[in-house]
Design a protein around this ligand. Structure first.
Ligand SMILES: Nc1ncnc2c1ncn2[C@@H]1O[C@H](COP(=O)(O)OP(=O)(O)OP(=O)(O)O)[C@@H](O)[C@H]1O
Ligand SMILES: [Mg+2]
Length: 261
């Protein structure tokens, strides 16, 4: 697939189109990527999450959404990847998935992408062409910017001028695009806090029976004033991602005091 977004204003870095290495989506199920296929029951939470995220993002004019959690391993990259896959099937929308978890990048693995250079190499100046990072999946309205861990200090990379230029380029994408950013956990280092101040909003992933109230409250406080677009309760015992109504996505208020700021 070739995707060459019309650009009203030339971005600081050209946002690229087609990718060299591609993987058909039906091979990705083995990696837990179900969101492309609405006939797969496991994609259902993500199509619902997609509807909620799009509704709120469009209403508020948000185009760059982060995905984070208080602590590691609660399913951020799993949710970000599947949400991106579900978004990729939205008419009139092109989705960009960025792996900004520069220390523990897993988006490449999720989508079976191999390569020498990723976002961390772009941010540290090893490469100057973002096109060398971008990957698309044939027939999908999705462009993925994976990251491959390098020696550079991630806190310096996310605070760099190149990071700001990249965010500027993301903001200059035409209407009808949404950027989803996989982030590190809030308590791992400063990266999620720093990036959250540059983007429009974040989605908070919490794990049933693992994430505590205090961790969620402290995360909201640390990320403030960045707005939370909603929370996802992952690995809920009743299902993949679910609550009493079958789904675990909600805005903070829907979970009563538990997720209040
Ligand atoms: N609801 C789920 N159902 C099935 N597998 C899941 C689910 N949530 C997460 N996983 C799996 O659990 C593992 C950890 O998830 P993931 O890598 O998304 O966590 P993370 O929060 O991004 O971790 P990190 O903090 O290291 O970035 C992955 O193998 C992922 O596929
Ligand atoms: Mg992750």
């Amino acid at each position: 697939m070739s995707f060459d977004p019309p650009q009203r204003v030339a971005p600081a870095f050209a946002v690229p189109g087609d990718a060299n290495r591609v993987t058909a989506f039906d091979k990705l199920r083995a990696n837990g990527i179900y969101g492309f296929d609405s006939k797969d029951i496991r994609s259902r939470p993500f199509t619902l999450l997609r509807a909620q995220v799009l509704r709120i993002a469009r209403a508020r004019g948000w185009r760059i959404i982060g995905v984070t959690s208080p602590t590691p391993k609660v399913g951020k990259s799993f949710v970000a990847s599947n949400l991106a896959a579900a978004l990729a099937r939205t008419p009139d929308l092109h989705t960009y998935l960025f792996d900004f978890d520069l220390r523990r990048s897993t988006i490449a693995r999720n989508f079976q992408l191999k390569g020498d250079f990723g976002l961390s190499h772009f941010l540290d100046g090893t490469i100057s062409d973002l096109g060398a990072v971008a990957r698309t999946i044939p027939g999908e309205q999705l462009t993925i910017f994976p990251s491959f861990v390098n020696a550079a200090a991630s806190d310096e990379l996310v605070a760099s001028n190149r990071m700001d230029s990249l965010i500027t380029a993301m903001r200059q994408l035409p209407e009808g695009t949404l950027c989803l950013c996989d982030l590190p956990p809030v308590f791992a280092n400063d990266d999620a806090v720093v990036i959250s101040q540059k983007i429009d909003a974040y989605l908070m992933i919490v794990e049933d029976g693992v994430t505590t109230r205090k961790q969620v409250r402290d995360s909201f406080r640390l990320l403030s004033p960045a707005p939370c677009i909603g929370t996802v309760l992952n690995r809920y015992s009743a299902g993949l991602i679910s609550d009493d109504y079958g789904y675990g996505y909600g805005q903070n208020k829907q979970y009563g005091g538990y997720y209040d700021n």
